[in-house]
Ligand binder design. Structure first.
Ligand code: NAG
Ligand code: NAG
Ligand code: NAG
Length: 432
């Protein structure tokens, strides 16, 4: 009798927990799909950043750890970094060596290979080279390539594309965080300033002053995209947050006070622009401000997760809480199950989830290789869910500040119900 009541109670508790949050084990499944699918330069780079945020937090620029980070990772960080080092090693070992500066991976994008740069720098700093793999040289060559070989706009913005000048919002995640980290590890203050400068130039070209959001692609002779691509706004906000955090946690923090203030404001303006377009599904559409019925538009769980991750980071790092209720609603919508039955909190299964296939693929998602089309499996989408989870946990650890009045009232009612339930059952229990 006592046992079955305890079970009922546990089941109820489990349901309270389960209703809205993905478990660490489910995130493990989603992360495995990321591991299976990340192949291209930016997918590998985004995966390294994701793994660092999830499994090696001391090495994340978002942690309080001062930069550069410790030269010997310990405990969980050491095991968490293994997969990151695996990627860095395979990329640097397979690099095509040329006489001049070269990117880490050959690519039509000048920017995307640099997304692996921070992982390569951490491999170097923690002595993974063992005299065999030249991480430092590869990182330097990647930097020199960006600064000297890639086309630039007349005002100095480094092109996102290698063969011709074009500025994509994606760049802000791929390059400036690497420039800033490289500047910090090699004690080159002007390179940290250059990271800020590139963000500023990109913002000047891509931001729409009225809407607050960033356009996707500008300046090219063909193939521009004036649309407010939701994922692109995520790339911009997340890249800016990483540059801010790199500055903040470096020895240069006090000399870049104004820059940090700008960067913080630029994150806020993206959130203010784009969150106005979140409808009652709590998912963004691929182009945030276009009607769902317009061509190239559909609900996109991928950018929804990414932008939510940046809201949690902005809350913890920048004390910006305005869009937390929206981020929470998005996270809960993405975590929703189709079935009412509660299952164990340790389960890694994603059977009958609204926004995941049973194998753990996020859905619906934009095709990461064709930004105006819906796709089926998105490595970056998998990464964004994991980033959202990591950022959300940090926010919870920090006291869940800023969850709105309505949702905290609902939580209070839930907790009261729970207390009532415990009281009702707990009373008779002592007589059993
Ligand atoms: C690589 O690591 C060495 C040893 O810590 C350091 O002196 C060097 O500056 C690093 N290279 C880069 C590009 O960070
Ligand atoms: C420092 O960074 C600047 C770019 O801001 C670069 O031109 C310069 O070569 C770097 N210095 C060294 C010693 O790498
Ligand atoms: C879940 O709950 C809804 C409404 O409470 C009900 O209509 C539906 O049949 C339930 N589904 C299952 C699988 O129990």
């Amino acid at each position: 009798m006592r046992r079955s009541i305890t079970l009922i109670l546990l089941g109820t508790l489990t349901r309270y927990i389960r209703a809205q949050d993905l478990t660490d084990a489910q995130i493990g499944t989603i992360n495995s799909r990321l591991s299976d699918s990340a192949k291209t330069s930016w997918e590998l780079g985004t995966r390294t950043q994701t793994l660092i945020e999830l499994n090696a937090q001391t090495y994340s620029v978002f942690s309080d750890q001062s930069l550069p980070p410790p030269s010997s990772p310990s405990g969980g960080d050491a095991s968490g970094l293994q997969a990151v080092f695996g990627i860095a090693k395979s990329v640097v070992s397979n690099r095509v060596k040329t006489s001049g500066p070269a990117p880490l991976v050959e690519d039509g994008s000048a920017a995307d290979p640099a997304s692996i740069g921070v992982a390569v720098l951490i491999a170097n700093l923690t002595g993974q080279d063992k005299g065999q793999v030249d991480y430092s040289g590869a990182a330097k060559s990647q930097i020199d390539y960006l600064l000297t070989s890639v086309p630039k706009s007349s005002d100095g913005a480094i092109s996102h594309r290698a063969a011709n000048l074009q500025l994509w919002s994606d760049f802000v995640y791929m390059v400036p965080p690497f420039l800033a980290y490289y500047g910090v590890t090699t004690k080159n203050k002007s390179m940290v300033a250059e990271a800020y400068n590139q963000v500023k130039l990109y913002r000047n070209h891509l931001r729409d002053g009225k809407k607050g959001m960033w356009k996707h692609i500008a300046l090219g002779t063909s193939g521009n995209d004036d649309g407010f691509w939701s994922t692109g706004n995520g790339w911009a906000a997340a890249g800016i947050l990483r540059v801010w955090a790199t500055m903040k946690h470096s020895g240069y923090s006090s000399s870049f006070k104004n820059e940090q203030k700008d960067l913080a404001n630029w994150v806020k303006e993206i959130h203010s622009g784009i969150y106005q377009h979140l409808d009652n599904t709590n998912l963004f559409t691929n182009y945030a401000d276009r009607p769902l019925t317009s061509s190239g538009n559909f609900y996109d769980a991928s950018s929804t997760a990414f932008l939510a991750s940046t809201v949690y980071r902005a809350a913890v790092l920048l004390d910006q809480h305005t869009y937390l209720p929206q981020a929470e609603r998005s996270r809960k919508a993405l975590s929703a199950s189709n079935s009412n039955s509660s299952s164990s909190t340790s389960s890694s299964s994603l059977d009958s989830y609204k926004h995941f296939t049973s194998e753990g693929w996020l859905t619906p998602v934009v095709d990461p290789h064709a930004f105006g089309q819906q796709g089926s499996q998105s490595p970056e989408g998998q990464a964004f869910v994991v980033q959202m989870h990591a950022a959300w946990k940090e926010w919870v650890k920090d006291g869940s500040k800023g969850a709105n009045a309505a949702s905290s009232a609902r939580l209070t009612v839930e907790v009261q119900n729970l207390v009532l339930l415990v009281g009702l059952i707990g009373g008779p229990l002592q007589w059993l």
